[in-house]
Write a protein that binds this ligand. Sequence first.
Ligand SMILES: [Zn+2]
Length: 372
Amino acid sequence: MPSSPDPVPLDPAVASALDRAIDDRAEDAFGFLERLVAAPSPVGLEMGAQQVVRDELDRLGFLTSVLPIPGDIAADPVAGVPQQAYAGRGNVIGHLAAGTGPSLLLNGHIDVVPAEAALWSAPPFQPVRRDGWLAGRGAGDMKGGFALASLALGALQAAVPGWLRGELSFASVIEEECTGNGTLAAARAGVLADAAVLLEPTDLGLLLGGVGILWAEVTVRGLPAHAESAHRAVNPVDSAWRLIDAVRSLEKQMALQLDGPFARVDGACTVNVGTFHAGDWPSSVPGQAVLGVRVRTRRWSGWRTPWPSRRRPTPGSRSTRRRCARRVSGPRGTCSTGDTRWRPRWPPRTRRRTGSRPGSSCWAAPRTRGST
Ligand SMILES: [Zn+2]
C-alpha cells in the first residue's frame, strides 16, 4: 500500500480564520444536535431524524436524496438479518463535488439504541443542556458526530476558499446498531470514496480498526409445572445460568486467539447477555427462558470456533445447521439461514443421563449480524 502523504501544514492565518468560523457556528451546531436528539430514532423510527439531517445537508449545499434499503438485502452474503421491514425507511445521502481530486465519504448512523426511560433523570429524547454538555439519547453516539461534521464543513466553506477539490459524500445510515444493512445498501448503491471517515465519538482519537458484533437468541426449554411440583419439574432459569457460564467462557477462548493491536485492547472480546425473559407467574415453573446475547470480537477471517469442525458441511445438512449454530458464537456470523434452528443438548452429559426427559434442551437461532 502506498504510504500516506504527510499532512500539509496549515497556514496560521487560515487556522485562525477556521477557529473564528468554528466559534461563530458553535451555537448553530448545538441547535442542530438538539433537533437531532429531539427526533427519536430507534430502529424502525429513523425517518424523522433523517429529515433533520437532510435539511442540514441541504443548508450546506449538498445534493440530497433518500436511498431505500433493498427488500432483498438479506440475501446478500454479508448482510445482517433484518430486524424490521424496510418500507418507508432508508439512508439519507448527500453529494457535493468540485474538481477532480480524491473523494471522501463521511458516514454516520442515525439509529440509537432503546432508552430505559424510567432510569433517566429527564425524558431521554428531550435534549438538556448542563454545564456546556448536551444530554439525551444519542447525543454522544452518534448524533454529536453529525453536529461536528456540520460544524467543520460550515467553517471550511466560510474560511477556506476553494476548500473542496474533489467529491464529498455524506451517508446518514440506518441499522448500524444491529445489522449494518444501511451502510451495506449505500455501498451497494455506489456511495463509496477514496477514503471514509466514520463520525463515531472517539474523544478525538483516530481509530483505524473495528470489532465485529454478532447477536444470537438462545431459547432454553424446561419442563413447566406449578411451583408446588417444582422438585419434579425442570426450571429453564436454572439451566440458563449454566448456559450463561458456558457462554462467558467464550470470552477467554476468543481472547487467547487475539494478536497484534487487539491483544492490547481491554475487552476486545466480550460476550454480553443483554436480555433475559422467562415466565409470567411467580408460582409457576416457566416453560422456557430466552436470552439475547451479543458477542463482540475482532474481525479476522482466520478466527476459528472453539469447536473442531470434522467435515465440510453441505447445505441443508445437519452438519450445516451445526456449523451455523457454531457461528452464532463466532465473529463472522456468516450464517445466512436466518431460520436455522439448532438443538444442542445442554449440558450434553446431563441430557444423556436423563434419557428422553424434555428439560434442559436449548436451541440457538442466528438473528442478525452487526458492524461496529
Ligand atoms: Zn455508534
